[in-house]
Design a protein around this ligand. Sequence first.
Ligand SMILES: [Zn+2]
Length: 472
Amino acid sequence: MVSTLLVVIDGLRATDVRKMPYLTELAHRGVSYRQARSVAPSLTRPAAASLAGGAPPGVTGIPGNRLWADGHLIDTGRPDHLELLRSLRGDRLLPVPTLGEHLAGHGRKLVAVGTGSNGCTLLLNPGAVDGHGAAIGARPFGDDAFYARPESVRRRLAGSLPHAADGPFPALRWTTDLIVDYVIPELAPDVLVLWSGELDDVQHDNGVDGPAGDDALSEIDHRLRQLIDRVRERAPHTDVIVTADHGFSNATHTVDVADIESLIPPSLTDAVQLVDNNGGLLVYARRRLRTTQIDAILDAIMSAGWSGPVFAEGDVPGVLPSAGLWSARTAADGLLAYVSLTYHDRLGDPRIGHSVRDGARLAGGHGSTSAADMRIPLVLNGPSFRTAHESPFPADHLDIPPTICRLMGLPVPPSMSGRVLSEAGLLGPGYASAPPEDRRVVAERGTADVTTAHFQHFADRQYFLSADRHRS
Ligand SMILES: [Zn+2]
């Protein structure tokens, strides 16, 4: 019997919940967080890995949608690339136990179903390849019209379930039917995760606050109602958590990767691997570099007009400390820096940003440290949660797996660095009564170039809210 349903709507901005009448109603009858945040970088697969592991990207080792590992450019949207990454990392995709594995260890089951990339769906439950629950993606893979692990689930689906083809978002219809007709009755998950990738696709192509995005919001809201109604018909006491992986901005400029490469000092060009990630850029070292060489690379990147807040280790003026991105894992991969592309909000909401991309131009994007990209909705609705409550406290992706553990009556694994969102409901006592404390970290590159990172400290956690760079 499903007891918790987690729905992730890819790219849903917190400010767009008001355009979704059903989700608004869920929020009003449950708990909604005003200060919920994505992980940084505010990208899809880092968020998926952190929702699985309850740990930041520096710990999960998934700092980008695309990343560099042992000489390989890994597209984490592709299950075959993730298999390669797994083999490079000693047969474990994520170094920490995931929620799906933790539940399996206690005789419970997590099933993840997704219409985003199949790699994203797998990252929500990497243990599915070893038979811990399942991961089912609605995009073609190999000879199948879908992706499924473990093999027993793939075989079962291969014979029985064709793709529905009618109407908008057919993959979302397919997954909803699959959940109701197959996943719940046959796989009997305790925790069900649905990832909807449709809105993200529409907003990348069309930007936000336009008719295409608004149509997608209405359609997804309608499907969300259908899904939750149908799940609760079968399991009336299901707790529902609805969130997003990241926010979104309109993009007015695209920076070509070749132009970024041309900034690097010629003697170091072959030493640097730039990995574009939409509104963010990951900078890797292809070989061991001296501190002075790293400084020269960072200095060249920071001097570019499109360069916003830069996170790196070391003492380069203007650079911010790691914000949870660095670890032995990322150091082993040679990650030198995460560069958030610059943005401004002089035109009001939505914010206008840059987007880095090798090739295609996109109307909208995310991946920067802007509040527009970092802020996400978080709605909790069901018998375990308070009603008609708006929480002023910070929360992020790391808090969701521990909260689900508590909902299931299970201990929280020590590797999960989030907190149980006790204040959201009937989860027992123990949330901090001290209010969140705002903290700023300032990095100056001369008096006319100041980067400020905004954090909140609350209940023994540090939440990264956003970072801004101002040059005058
Ligand atoms: Zn996304």
